[in-house]
Design a binder for this molecule. Structure first.
Ligand code: DOR
Ligand code: ZN
Length: 343
C-alpha cells in the first residue's frame, strides 16, 4: 500500500547548529516542505539579524535539488524591544516568536519570568500578525512535573488569551487533557501542535524494562488515557491541532548519564512515525489534514504543491545516527517501523 500526501510542514522542530546541521537538515528536507525552527540555541536567536544568519546556515545544509523553507522564530526575552517585532514583520522570514518560561526546558534560562514584562511586545505582535508560540509549562519546582502544563494554562495562558483575544497563539506540544480542552474551547486564533512521540507513547514507555532517558522529554509523556485523548485530537475534526514533531536530538553522552537532557529525536523519520500513530487509530485518511493542511492554514501560508509518498513496508530503525561528530539515539532505535518514505 502506498500513501501519497501533499508535502507536509513540521511546525515545531529543533535543528541545533554548526556541525549538527548537515546531520539534521537532510532527513527533514526530504519529508517536509517547511519547518518552524525553534530558536533555543546555546546562544538564543533573539534578533532578526541572528535569525537571518541561522536561516542561511540551515539553507546551506539543504541537499542540492530539494526545496525546503525554514520558517524562522525569535526567542522572546524580557529585554526584547518592541522594535524587533517591527523588524521581524519587515523581514518576512520570521513567522513566530517563542515564549519559554524561564527554567522550563533546554536553554530556557534567558526566557520570561513575569508575563507582564512582555505585554508591549505582545501588543506589537498583534499589530504585526506574528504568532506567539508557547512552551506551556509552569517551571515552578514546587509544582508536580506532570501538572505543569495544566497549571500554566490556569495561571498564565487563560488570562493571557482573555487579555489579548486577537493574539494568535500555539500551545506547543500539547500533552494533557487540560491542554486539549483549552484549545478546543478557545477561539480559532488558538492552535496546538502534537508530537509523534506523545501520540505513540505514554509514561509506561519511560519505565518499561528499566528507566530509559530516550523517552524523557518536556513536556513529559503522560498517562495512556491521555495519549489516547491526544490521538483523538490529532485524528479528529478540529482544524486547530496540527503537526509539530518537536524533534529534539541530544548526543547519546548527554542522554545516557545522570541528569539526562530532555528531548527525543524523531526527525530522521517524523512523517513515518505520525503514519504509525494514525494507522494504529485507523485514521490514515486524516493524516494529510493534520500534516499538510492545518498548520499552513493556521500560519496563513499557502498549501504546498508537491507530494510525498510512504510505502507500507517494515524496516528497522538504526541504533544511532551521526550527530555533530557524535551520535544520537533515535526514537524507536532498533525497533521496526511499518512505513517508509519513497525516495
Ligand atoms: O524535550 C524537550 N527538548 N523539550 C523542549 O521544550 C526543548 C527540547 C530541546 O531543545 O532539547
Ligand atoms: Zn521544542
Amino acid at each position: 500500500m502506498r500513501l501519497t500526501l501533499i508535502r507536509p510542514d513540521d511546525m515545531h522542530l529543533h535543528l541545533r547548529d554548526g556541525s549538527a546541521l548537515p546531520d539534521l537538515v537532510p532527513p527533514l528536507a526530504h519529508r517536509f516542505a517547511r519547518g518552524l525552527i525553534m530558536p533555543n540555541l546555546a546562544a538564543p536567536v533573539t534578533t532578526v539579524a541572528a535569525a537571518a544568519a541561522y536561516r542561511r546556515r540551515i539553507l546551506a545544509a539543504v541537499p542540492r535539488g530539494r526545496d525546503f523553507e525554514p520558517l524562522m522564530t525569535l526567542y522572546l526575552t524580557p529585554a526584547t524591544p518592541a522594535e524587533e517585532i517591527d523588524r521581524a514583520r519587515e523581514d518576512g522570514h520570521i513567522h513566530a516568536v517563542k515564549l519559554y518560561p524561564a527554567g522550563a526546558t533546554t536553554h530556557s534560562q534567558h526566557g520570561v519570568r513575569r508575563i507582564e514584562a512582555i505585554y508591549p511586545v505582545l501588543e506589537r505582535m498583534i499589530a504585526a500578525g506574528l504568532v506567539l508560540s508557547i512552551h506551556a509549562e509552569l517551571p515552578d519546582p514546587a509544582i508536580d512535573p506532570y501538572e505543569r502544563e495544566a497549571r500554566f494554562i490556569d495561571t498564565t495562558l487563560a488570562p493571557l488569551v482573555e487579555r489579548y483575544p486577537e493574539l494568535r497563539i500555539v500551545l506547543e506540544h500539547v500533552s494533557t487533557r487540560e491542554g486539549i480542552e483549552f484549545v478546543t474551547g478557545a477561539s480559532p486564533r488558538i492552535g496546538a501542535t502534537i508530537t509523534a512521540h506523545h501520540l505513540l507513547c505514554s509514561r509506561r514507555n519511560l519505565f518499561a524494562g528499566g528507566l530509559s532517558p530516550h523517552y524523557f522529554c518536556r513536556p513529559l509523556l503522560q498517562s495512556e488515557a491521555t495519549r489516547q485523548a491526544l490521538v483523538a485530537a490529532a485524528t479528529g475534526e478540529s482544524p486547530r491541532f496540527f503537526l509539530g514533531s518537536d524533534s529534539a536530538p541530544h548526543p547519546r553522552r548527554l542522554k545516557e548519564c545522570a541528569r539526562a537532557a530532555a528531548g527525543i529525536y524523531t526527525g530522521y523519520g517524523a512523517l513515518e512515525l505520525y503514519a504509525e500513530a494514525f494507522a494504529a487509530a485507523n485514521a490514515l485518511d486524516r493524516l494529510e489534514d493534520f500534516a499538510s493542511r492545518r498548520g499552513a492554514a493556521f500560519y496563513g501560508l499557502p498549501l504546498n504543491t508537491a507530494t510525498v509518498s510512504l510505502e507500507q513496508t517494515e524496516w528497522t530503525v538504526p541504533d544511532e545516527y551521526p550527530f555533530a561528530g557524535e551520535t544520537v539515539v533515535p526514537f524507536r532505535a532498533a525497533e521496526s517501523l511499518h512505513f517508509e518514505l519513497v525516495p
